[in-house]
Ligand binder design. Structure first.
Ligand code: NAP
Length: 271
């Protein structure tokens, strides 16, 4: 469980992109039945209605699990953000989200105004906590140290092939948790010989090793997307795997410069 800054968020969540419609509803209902208590969605995924269908039909009470959603980068002006957030709540069929994030920064955003709007959602109890996603270190620093926005979480690409220490160290210094997206490098970690060898030692898969490496880190959550029940079950079971120092040393020796989510709208990561 992540407990920084008032957030109480299970470390393992279910990523829902790019699932849509019935596939998404079934995956979320199934995951809740398996024991997942953290679901990650976003307005841009166009699956909030499907997640809402799961929320409405799951036997698990809404208060028992965490939902994160996000506002897209062309809706960061306060009025647009308000409309987008209200639509998210309607589509999700919930009175509140546990965490609401700015999905990506935009070059023409008024950062202070957008963050003030996020804070207002929190003050109204409509977003229990707020945060950002995909902020390069300079923008993250401005958000926290200059604007002093009370953000609780930063969602970033993070996995065994990609070092994010500068952002993570800064977040830790300020008591802000990290959510690792693409924790399986979009599936590219499946079949990785180093991870598979570590897994074989423990009777586990390489994917489970990659997830447990993240979940073992303080204040780091991971949201693997899994549509298949086998994958959901395996990822949930990864929580009980015990990695040792030799395993961590082998993972530390993997290349760490492989960013896989770098779309046209991505910011200058080194800014
Ligand atoms: N904030 C952002 O900008 C941002 C960007 C990207 C993603 N995200 C969030 O992060 C979530 C996860 O990222 P992602 O979907 O890009 O990549 P990912 O979780 O690293 O990888 C997903 C892929 O791994 C496969 N998989 C999952 N568990 C497996 C297992 N145990 N064994 C074998 N294969 C397995 C899935 O297949 P099956 O589905 O077939 O099981 C799927 O093809 C997204 O769903 C989304 O919620 C956020």
């Amino acid at each position: 469980m992540i407990t920084d800054k008032g957030l109480r968020m299970p470390k393992l969540g279910l990523g829902t992109w790019p699932m849509m419609g019935e596939e998404c509803t079934k995956a979320v209902i199934g995951a809740l039945e398996l024991g997942y208590r953290h679901i990650d969605t976003a307005a841009k995924y166009e699956n909030e209605t499907a997640v809402g269908e799961a929320i409405a039909n799951s036997p698990i009470k809404r208060a028992e699990y965490h939902v994160t959603s996000k506002v897209w980068l062309d809706k960061l002006a306060p009025d647009s953000m308000h409309r987008s957030f209200e639509q998210s709540l309607r589509d999700l069929r919930t009175d509140y989200v546990d965490l609401f994030l700015i999905h990506w920064p935009s070059p023409d955003m008024d950062l202070a105004a957008s963050l003030a709007k996020l804070v207002s959602f929190q003050e109204q109890g409509l977003a229990r906590n707020i945060g950002v996603s995909n902020f390069p270190l300079s923008l993250f620093r401005r958000t926290v140290e200059e604007i002093e926005a009370p953000i609780a979480n930063h969602q970033i690409e993070y996995h065994v092939l990609f070092d994010q220490s500068p952002v993570i160290n800064f977040a830790r210094k300020h008591g802000i948790s990290i959510t690792a997206y693409c924790p399986l490098a979009r599936g590219r970690l499946i079949g990785n010989p180093t991870l598979d060898a570590i897994g074989a030692k423990h009777g586990a898969s390489g994917a489970q090793v990659a997830l447990k490496w993240l979940l073992d880190q303080d204040s780091v959550a991971a949201i693997p997307k899994a549509s298949r029940v086998e994958s959901q079950t395996a990822n949930f079971a990864a929580q009980t795997l015990m990695l040792d120092d030799e395993d961590r040393a082998a993972i530390a020796a993997l290349p760490k410069d492989q960013r896989f989510d770098n779309p046209a709208w991505a910011p200058d990561w080194d800014a």
